[in-house]
Ligand binder design. Structure first.
Ligand SMILES: [Ca+2]
Length: 371
């Protein structure tokens, strides 16, 4: 009897593994450095490419020529055309948001920064119209790193959250309120700051700031309970998941669970300090997280419903995490390995997971539902 117990356990475990969804179908292939996917009615998509093209993708996977009407985008290093999100009421309004690296002009010539544009998609899907840059990260800096740039529409559709990296050279400024480096901001769709933002009444503070002390957040979402989560790239180690609350300081670069490239200390080399929020989870070594999805659909079975999925550029993986009561339960689970450098992962309106991989040829993948 004693010897049977471990055998039964192994059988049960392998049966559970066999049921884990891991079959991907290729929806479309041939993108150049795809960065974000948005979902249109009728099973169509919009996909951004970092070099600057926005493409429409038919339900059959046909990729269009670049859409017309985009604002000027600077493509260099980590910058380019980055996120795209369509409004909750897109079917009625055809309204969407884009974020991208905007080249500086005039006194800012030679510098760049993250910017947020609003636009409407033409009815024939050939281009954008009513394009307006409504928010610009300040200050613009020279350099090609840490743009952040994930957009999340609030549940009531009235405001947008935008994640902003500290541009690497602006890391110390992630701790001060007179700039948008290393921040999550919350703006109305015309770019103005709501009066109930946490620092809207603080003298000298940028009124758009919602949270501070971030490094380079490239995954963001609202969960089914309306909470805002981000993940962010650490330095060498110390990638983080954070539950974002208004006015909270997430610590970078004063505290971090990572080290400087080459292994040196960052600042005083401390991981905790009063008044600075600890991450809900941190990865060492770094996985280079990009893309963040919340599985609300039953497509992948009961055990997966309610969990979250993080893409890894570095390990070419998807990891599933369970976040409950503001903390991570257990460990992240790798369920798709070596599928390419994952740039984006989202749940589509059909309840299935869609994944963008940026290796040549860039692909849009769909995870098949559990059998
Ligand atoms: Ca932190």
């Amino acid at each position: 009897m004693r010897r049977l117990l471990p055998i039964a356990f192994v059988l049960a475990a392998s049966a559970a593994l066999a049921q884990a969804p891991k079959t991907f179908d290729t929806v479309a292939s041939g993108f150049e450095r795809p960065w974000a996917v948005a979902f249109l009615p009728g099973g169509e998509f919009l996909v951004t490419e970092k070099p600057g093209a926005l493409r429409w993708v038919s339900a059959q996977g046909r990729i269009s020529a670049p859409l017309s009407g985009l604002p000027a985008v600077e493509f260099a290093g980590q910058g380019g055309l980055l996120d795209v999100v369509v409004d909750r009421d897109f079917e009625r309004t055809r309204a969407l948001s884009l974020c991208f690296t905007e080249p500086g002009i005039g006194a800012d010539k030679g510098k760049n920064g993250t910017a947020l544009a609003r636009a409407t998609l033409k009815a024939d899907r050939s281009g954008l119209e009513n394009v307006q840059v409504v928010f610009r990260q300040a200050p613009k800096l020279a350099g090609r790193h840490h743009y952040g740039c994930r957009i999340v529409e609030s549940a009531d559709g009235q405001t947008l959250f935008l994640t902003l990296g500290e541009r690497y050279s602006g890391m110390k400024q992630a701790q001060t309120l007179d700039n948008h480096l290393g921040k999550v901001v919350r703006v109305r769709k015309d770019g103005s700051a709501p009066a109930d933002n946490p620092f809207a009444q603080t003298a000298g503070a940028r009124p758009e700031i919602y949270s501070l002390g971030h490094r380079n957040p490239q995954g963001a979402l609202l969960d089914a309970d309306g909470r805002l989560w981000v993940h962010e790239h650490g330095p060498q180690g110390g990638d983080e998941i954070n539950l974002v609350r208004p006015g909270v300081n997430y610590g970078w670069p004063v505290i971090t669970h990572g080290k400087d490239y080459g292994g040196g200390k960052i600042g005083d080399g401390i991981t905790h300090q009063d008044g600075l929020e600890q991450p809900v989870w941190h990865w060492t070594p770094s996985i280079a997280p990009s893309g963040f999805a919340h599985i609300t659909s039953p497509a992948y079975g009961q055990a997966w419903q309610g969990s979250f999925v993080v893409g890894s550029l570095k390990f070419r993986q998807l990891q599933r995490v369970v976040l409950q009561d503001g903390r991570l339960v257990g460990q992240p689970q790798v369920f798709a390995d070596d599928i390419g450098r994952v740039r984006d992962v989202r749940q589509g309106p059909d309840g299935l997971l869609y994944v963008l991989t940026e290796d040549e040829p860039g692909r849009l993948l769909r995870l098949r539902a559990a059998p």
